[in-house]
Design a protein around this ligand. Sequence first.
Ligand code: GDP
Length: 324
Amino acid sequence: MDAKELAQGVIAGDRRSLARAITLVESARADHRAKAVELVAEARAAGRQALRIGLSGTPGVGKSTFIEAFGMRLLAEGLRVAVLAVDPSSARSGGSILGDKTRMERLSREPAAFIRPSPSQAQMGGVARRTREAVALCEAAGFDVVLIETVGVGQSETVVAEICDLFLLLLAPAGGDELQGVKRGIMEMADMILVNKADGALKSTATRTCADYAGALRLLRRRPQDPEGFPKAMMVSATEETGMAEAWTEMQFLAQWRRDNGHWESRRSAQAKHWFAEEVRQGLLAALTREPAKGSMAALGERVAQGDISPEAAAAEMLALLGR
Ligand code: GDP
């Protein structure tokens, strides 16, 4: 099947075509890449847009429980939901965060939901590209909401924040000290902080945690892309399915406000620009590992080690070679 046919299957909403298309964009083979580029271009030409929601949180915070409950709620509203995962650690652990069959059992059985585990490849540039392209494919397939899940480890949040329209941070109730555990940079990326497990014995702790984060968010500089009161902290319980409706209402309000005020488009444009520059950067780095640059790097590196030439002069020579 060529790229055009596959794209047609995706746009027609055929799940098997979508699964095959995502497998294609995940492939590292050079011939697959060329086909994938054509496929994604065809898919993007369909001009469909979903609400892209990024969700980050450390393992155990309740991401999959939340996504299942939240996803089921969206389905009940007649929306189609796709779930993608970004998991840079999967290659190390040998599994994927969505690989476990028991996760999101209800959601995975729903015909209007599509769940895609993260592939077992770790290189961040590759993960980012694969996720962006998979999001584009899900949009072309007509999903209304694309949830992009990531474990809270360093770079992956930045990647997800640069792909999504709304970025949610899921936290668990915890003592006051824990507040410092969330890096300022991640707080600044969040559009909403959801304190999960606000139920049973954990409820009062959750209330305190939520108030702490609400306070911390108020101290951040107001961003132009936010209406009054955002970013905000809210409480949810994924197991009791409370707070979901409120959280969804706030997400829709924020998305609409951004649409009405031009921030939606400008965010997507800025993201496209970011990924263009990033792809160029990655391409240049990759070129260093291939001939002829690879040989020149090795030869110049050797001369630097021998003291023949300074590191700076060698670097200038290398850059001149690349800039031919
Ligand atoms: P993930 O690693 O972030 O995907 O977390 P999981 O969704 O697998 O949840 C981790 C554990 O927390 C499981 O034992 C869940 O049952 C539990 N959990 C998730 N959400 C809630 C919640 O809202 N309340 C309570 N009490 N437990 C929860």
